[in-house]
Design a binder for this molecule. Structure first.
Ligand code: ZN
Ligand code: FE
Length: 256
């Protein structure tokens, strides 16, 4: 099967990105989350794609405010997290748990549960295309804040992303890259790959070019939240002998 076409577009909320995923073979189109029905509908109209599915990552308003409206306009099927305890998302047709798989556009989509930022947060992974949509689990050189879970929980969740093939292309929901980089360099000041990436992203942002998506390989080299075992970071934090989860927690707390 040919690779899905992916269309990413910014919308005004909190530096958010929306994403459309289109199968040229079956004609099906999914979106990731929907914080703003008008912005999503405009993107669909621009591409000339008919929305068939909405994949929700977590309940935060910038990810769900437009779901019911967009669903009604397009008669779309809504897939979302199976976390009844803490997920107030309305309009879900199919609830999915960690490890669940379902078919979309002739391919298998895998659900990876990554709690911590919220307790209902899930990622959508498409192994055949080597693409994952992580919501607010991970950002370029950053990760989601622990609003509902703990830093330790986020660390466990990030290990699941860490375990994917290095060439995996990651789509996250926010353009927080420059502020993340400014923090990362404080934690990891001697990292040459990080310095090089900062130059690259500053050039992109000066031209208003998105820094999303990015590869897991790039994150492994530059994202301090995936590098709790790095000797330089441990030295910088004075935590040479600490457990990796404690190093991660220290980085997450310092980030604020
Ligand atoms: Zn969020
Ligand atoms: Fe968000």
């Amino acid at each position: 099967m040919s690779t899905f076409e992916i269309h990413q577009f910014p919308f005004v909320w909190d530096d958010n990105y929306g994403v459309l995923i289109h199968s040229p073979e079956t004609g099906e189109t999914a979106c990731i989350d929907c914080g703003d029905a008008k912005a999503y509908q405009a993107a669909l109209d621009e591409k000339g794609w008919d929305l068939t599915h909405i994949f929700i990552t977590h309940h935060h308003a910038d990810h769900t405010t437009g779901v019911l409206e967009l669903k009604a306009q397009n008669n779309a099927t809504v897939i979302g997290p199976d976390y009844l305890g803490g997920s107030p998302i309305k309009g879900i047709d199919q609830r999915v748990k960690d490890g669940a798989t379902f078919q979309f556009g002739g391919k298998e989509i895998q659900v990876i549960y990554t709690p911590g930022h919220t307790m209902d947060l899930i990622c959508y992974y498409i192994p055949e295309d080597g693409v994952i949509f992580v919501g607010d689990t991970l950002f370029a050189m950053g990760c989601g804040k622990h609003f509902e879970g703990t830093p330790a929980m986020i660390w466990e969740s990030l290990k699941k992303i860490h375990a994917l093939p290095e060439e995996t292309l990651i789509y996250c929901s926010h353009e927080y890259t420059q502020e993340n980089a400014a923090f990362a360099i404080q934690i990891d000041p001697d990292n040459e790959a990080l310095k090089a990436r900062m130059v690259e992203i500053d050039l992109k942002r000066a031209d208003d070019i998105p820094t999303v998506p990015f590869t897991l390989q790039t994150e492994l080299a530059t994202n301090p939240f995936l590098r709790a075992n790095d000797a330089g970071i441990r030295k910088q934090l004075g935590m040479e002998e600490a457990d990796e989860v404690d190093v991660f927690t220290e980085i997450r707390i310092r980030r604020g």
